[in-house]
Design a protein around this ligand. Structure first.
Ligand SMILES: [Fe+2]
Ligand SMILES: [Fe+2]
Length: 271
């Protein structure tokens, strides 16, 4: 299988880049399955239903969330009827929606998509490690699932690194989201799990993690908030990771970063 994961879509710039570029990438890279983190797609705060549909229409087979999951109140209701929208699995018991789901891709592959939220420099949530472990045990790679994709939404590279090794050999891909900055460590771990500490965002990088520079800079300089954060509207870079799998095992044989458009230097998979 050929998989693409794209990091946090940030505001209009991110949405436009996904709409304009993803259909071409799906054809060019012959992608079987695409997952996008959509937690910031609606003005940097959450994901409205129309914007969820926009990501799906552009080619996302599944959309994941994070700490901004409930910023748009309508997500609490429409997530219940949208099986391809996956929120962190370790939210409090009774949270609406699902934290893991087996989703069929365009070519008939069954992909277990899991979203989890970390606990280092993040709001309190339940244990992400045991929650993800249980979800994979209920739908193992190479048995019910042709691929297992874990979006681990967290701040600290140590925590995502630990998750990668914890799931090595049990997941196809463990990828971090939330920092909005792509890391240079995309690789296949020794047990066959593709890994990248953070996929980076799909947003305008001429910014402070996708936000117009003035207000965050002002807050660091003065400690005083004077206005709201505004998503930066320059051309977005699509940022993520491309993975190829062994069809027998569902494990990764190749993991390469992908960056297209905007101000970051382009990186396209060489396969
Ligand atoms: Fe984010
Ligand atoms: Fe986040």
């Amino acid at each position: 299988m050929r998989l693409l994961f794209l990091g946090d879509v940030m505001g209009r710039a991110g949405r436009d880049a996904v709409s304009e570029r993803l259909p071409g990438l799906i054809a060019e890279l012959r992608l079987d399955f695409v997952v996008i983190n959509g937690e910031n797609a609606s003005h940097g705060r959450g994901l409205t239903e129309p914007h969820f549909q926009l990501l799906r229409d552009a080619g996302a087979d599944a959309v994941t969330l994070g700490d901004h999951a409930w910023d748009q109140r309508d997500t609490l209701s429409y997530i219940v009827r949208e099986p391809t929208l996956v929120r962190p699995i370790n939210f409090a018991p009774g949270a609406p929606g699902r934290g893991a789901n087996l989703i069929e891709g365009r070519n008939g592959h069954r992909v277990l998509v899991i979203n989890a939220q970390g606990r280092v420099f993040m709001d309190p949530v339940d244990d992400p490690f045991r929650a993800v472990e249980a979800a994979i045990a209920a739908c193992p790679l190479g048995e019910q699932a042709d691929a297992v994709i874990v979006d681990f939404h967290t701040e600290a590279t140590s925590e995502i690194g630990a998750m990668g090794h914890f799931l090595d050999g049990k997941a196809t891909l463990v990828v971090g989201t939330h920092t909005h900055i792509p890391t240079a460590d995309a690789r296949v771990l020794r047990g066959g799990t593709a890994f990248m500490s953070d996929a980076g965002m799909c947003g305008d990088y001429d910014s402070v993690i996708g936000v117009e520079i003035d207000e965050p800079l002002n807050r660091f300089l003065t400690g005083i908030a004077t206005s709201r954060f505004t998503p930066s509207e320059g051309e977005a870079t699509l940022s993520g990771i491309f993975v190829e799998t062994d069809p027998q095992t569902g494990l990764a044989t190749l993991a390469q970063p992908l960056r297209v458009g905007g101000t970051l230097p382009p990186m396209l998979p060489t396969t």
